[in-house]
Design a binder for this molecule. Structure first.
Ligand code: MN
Length: 483
């Protein structure tokens, strides 16, 4: 599936690379002991180091380093046992030191790979160029006072992983799939919560266009896009803009742009600075970071099962189709829910209920899998009630709706509401006789060859029995009586 922008001079290929800033899950900051809780009162989580008081020194947080290594391993990337911290110098009011401690030429993680699945069932490998550790800046608040700006340094010094992809992405869809996959990997690893609304994962999107087969052209960077959907929309808008510029005889200038989701366009923010503008140099306060091989090996051994491996196992162990497996492993909590509900039961039936009725109910009630009113154990019990013929499939839907509403155990709902399936053949025969007697005309038509009426009789008998008849037995009884 090739994505192109059709211009007046022909079709254009879109080239995208993503730089993702992912906030490290860690109780303390990258170089200080200050806390990192989201939503705390402004300036309550700021150490002297974060506020850049003269004479203070940064001390590296071992857990943040471990998180970066785990992430690198999860991205099938090279771990650099020697890396280095540099100062990236720039002035901003929410950056009290006047520089950000980052990693420039020697990042902790080198090249890796992310496999993404596309809607048409194909997969693509997106290269990861590098992952480096750096500090976040503080936050300027411009909306608190009519003539003053306030500074909140709670975020200053929080550890970020900047994950840079190769320009391997060729469509908005691929960018979306890459971001979702990356977020899933980070969440599985427990290294970033991936919460784009809270800003703990943000993407800078590099976009360029070219006629097919030609060399890369100038790219523009769309800065700080904070949702997967907006990234996809920004790529489309920016690619279209560039095609128009080239086709009208102009030149795309390298610059930093912002995406305006309300208007669906990107607009210029500033001309793009080059690395040399930042006057990078090694931070004299920090030694090179040297990792012991054994420590990296131990982190690797302790990694959880990641989405790709889990998907393969779900297909192998539970016999699930690739699509079901991919949907169920997208979130770790969903995968866990599935395994609990499916264990010792028909796995495909469990998958169908989760992807169908459960997802619909979560949507309808504004819940997530974590806050689901129906637990995995309860869904499993519902499946058992169907498997042992206590209820039929149609009644199961009624019981499930009641479970969503009340949070009660399915067996209790079946008892309270008298929903037990009727397998008593004499009761079924009675219902059949009643329906046939009341529909003599239809019976005559059926017997003269209108086979399709059989379904009508089944429906009538089920209705007479309040939906509780065993469908197989109802079918048998009707066939016998209509001979
Ligand atoms: Mn950065």
């Amino acid at each position: 599936m090739t994505y192109t922008i059709e211009g007046s001079t022909g079709s254009w290929e879109v080239v995208v690379g993503l730089e993702v800033h992912a906030q490290v899950i860690s109780r303390a900051k990258l170089f200080s002991g200050a806390a990192t809780d989201f939503g705390a009162e402004p300036n309550t989580q700021v150490s002297f180091v974060d506020a850049a008081f003269p004479g203070t020194l940064p001390v590296i947080n071992r857990e943040c380093v471990a998180q970066a290594v785990r992430t690198g391993l999860g991205l099938n990337a090279q771990i650099h046992t020697v890396s280095r911290f540099d100062r990236k110098n720039y002035f901003y009011a929410d950056l009290p030191a006047g520089y950000q401690i980052s990693q420039y030429q020697h990042p902790i993680v080198g090249t890796g790979q992310v496999e993404v699945e596309l809607a048409d069932g194909t997969t693509r490998q997106i290269g990861v160029t590098r992952l480096h550790l750096e500090q976040d800046a503080g936050k300027s608040l411009h909306d608190q006072h009519p003539s003053k700006s306030y500074i909140d340094l709670n975020r200053a010094g929080v550890a970020l992983m900047e994950i840079v992809s190769e320009p391997d992405i060729r469509s908005p869809e691929e960018a979306g799939a890459y971001l979702r996959k990356l977020r899933a990997i980070l969440r599985y690893l427990g290294t970033c919560d991936g919460n784009m609304e809270e800003g703990s994962m943000r993407a800078d999107v590099n976009v360029s266009v070219r006629p097919h087969g030609e060399p890369y052209r100038t790219r523009c960077e769309v800065k700080n896009v904070n949702s997967v959907r907006f990234v996809m929309q920004a790529i489309e808008a920016e690619a279209k803009r560039q095609v128009e510029v080239w086709e009208s005889g102009g030149t795309v200038e390298q610059e930093t742009r912002l995406f305006d989701p309300a208007r669906g366009v990107t607009r210029s923010m500033r001309s793009k600075e080059d690395a040399h503008d930042y006057r990078y140099f090694p931070d004299p306060d920090l030694l090179p970071l040297v990792l012991e091989e054994d420590w990296v090996t131990a982190l690797k051994a302790a990694l959880p099962e990641l989405p790709d491996a889990k998907r393969a196992r779900f297909m192998r162990e539970y016999g699930l189709p690739a699509y079901d497996a991919a949907v169920l492993v997208a979130e770790r909590a969903t995968a866990d829910f599935f395994e609990t509900a499916a264990r010792g039961r028909d796995a495909k039936t469990a998958a169908n209920w989760i992807m169908g009725d459960l997802f619909a109910a979560l949507n309808r009630t504004g819940n997530t899998i974590e806050t689901s009113p129906v637990t995995a154990e309860a869904l499993g019990k519902l499946l058992d009630l169907m498997a042992d013929n206590t209820i039929n499939g149609r009644i199961a839907k009624t019981v499930f709706d009641a479970m969503v509403e009340t949070g009660k155990d399915p067996a209790a709902i079946v008892d309270e509401r008298g929903l037990r399936q009727v397998t008593d053949t004499s009761a079924i025969d009675d219902a059949v006789a009643k329906v046939l007697a009341a529909n003599a005309q239809m019976v005559a038509e059926y017997k003269s060859g209108k086979d399709k009426l059989f379904g009508f009789f089944v429906g009538q008998v089920m209705r007479t029995m309040g939906g509780k008849g065993n469908p197989a037995l109802v079918n048998q009884a009707l066939k016998r009586k209509l001979l």
